[in-house]
Design a protein around this ligand. Structure first.
Ligand SMILES: [Zn+2]
Length: 344
């Protein structure tokens, strides 16, 4: 049965389509198809702009006698593994729902992030840490820019801009689709416009990447003061209030115990923050040296041997925790001549 592995009923009226993510450690995206009632089926999240992803969606839908012209689409957030192929699967009758307008392309978003990153990591100390002591800053900037773009582009995954008439949803809205009423729950931290969908009648939470089982979603901050970690943890309050019997995450397996997972994630980030605080107390005061001195689950033992994109995400995650500590008054920040340092 060709393609049978792609489709699986995970809850009443909810199919999971497994979308491969080639060359990506996440391995697969869960795309969920909600069916039932009189309305059009709703497909939640899509995969990269790669033929492997589009084929998996197409095969999965065809197993249910559906095509792209029969469905509407909901995008949990603007990361390329969730919306990369939207422009190619778009059909004239398709409605697209998301938390951000189509005019915001991923490239624009990355450039915004990147400017913040440079502001907070630039300076001679950072250049030195990157073993570029004699390079002028423009070279450092160019390198950082390329690394950042590479990190997110990977192969062909950058979202093309698309002119779909996106219906922008926000917290508290109700989306009637796939034979049910879904409450929109806006969450913060992993991505600025991340939306979850809550099916109160069936106790289902379509969670995107906000609360993944067994892995922690990337929480990178590239401009201190965004406070992505504080906002991420604060969004747990809204999720904890929901009566959820099954969480449908963007990656890995659906799971039952949402409160336990929220608690684990909270504890994980507290432990991480404590470790970062200790690194500062031991005298590390630049973000790169702090990132280098905390522990990472990386099979490559020496930081200097890491691919630059991994260093970037590690720095982003470290900044998220530094910002969190600073907002709690647990560490201090100094800005002098565009150089940012942290102290106990
Ligand atoms: Zn994802």
């Amino acid at each position: 049965m060709e393609g049978a592995k792609h489709v699986e009923l995970v809850a009443s009226g909810v199919y999971r389509l497994r979308v491969p993510l080639p060359n990506n450690p996440l391995r697969e995206l869960n795309s969920y198809l909600l069916v039932g009632g009189a309305g059009r089926p709703l497909l939640v999240d899509l995969g990269f702009d790669m033929s492997e992803c589009r084929n998996a969606l197409e095969q999965g839908l065809s197993q249910l006698d559906l095509g792209f012209e029969d469905i509407d689409v909901f995008i949990t957030h603007g990361h390329p593994d969730h919306c990369g192929c939207i422009a190619r699967i778009l059909r004239p009758e398709m409605r697209v729902f998301a938390g951000f307008p189509s005019s915001v392309t991923l490239q624009e978003r990355l450039c915004q992030e990147f400017r913040g990153f440079l502001r907070w990591t630039s300076g001679r100390s950072t250049a030195l840490q990157y073993r570029q002591p004699l390079e002028p800053m423009s070279e450092m900037e160019r390198m950082a820019y390329i690394a950042k773009l590479r990190a997110v582009r990977m192969t062909e995954i950058v979202t093309p801009s698309f002119e779909a008439p996106v219906t922008v949803l926000s917290d508290g809205d109700t989306l009637s689709a796939g034979g049910r009423d879904l409450r929109v729950v806006a969450v913060q931290g992993h991505s600025p416009d991340h939306l979850c969908l809550y099916d109160a009648d069936r106790g289902l939470l379509i969670a995107g990447d906000q609360v993944l089982p067994s892995i922690t979603p990337n929480l990178a901050e590239f401009s201190i003061g965004e406070n992505v970690l504080s906002r991420y943890l604060a969004s747990f309050d809204a999720l904890a209030d929901l009566d959820v019997s099954l969480v449908l995450p963007g990656h890995r397996e659906p799971y039952a115990n949402l409160p336990a997972r929220l608690k684990e994630l909270h504890e994980h980030h507290e432990r991480r923050a404590f470790e970062v605080q200790q690194a500062v107390e031991q005298g590390n005061n630049a973000v790169v040296s702090i990132a280098r001195s905390v522990t990472w689950k990386n099979p490559i033992p020496d930081w200097d041997d890491w691919p630059m994109k991994q260093q970037f995400f590690a720095i982003g995650e470290t900044l998220a925790h530094l910002s969190y500590l600073e907002s709690q008054g647990r560490i201090g920040v100094n800005v002098e001549n565009d150089r940012v340092t942290f102290h106990a």
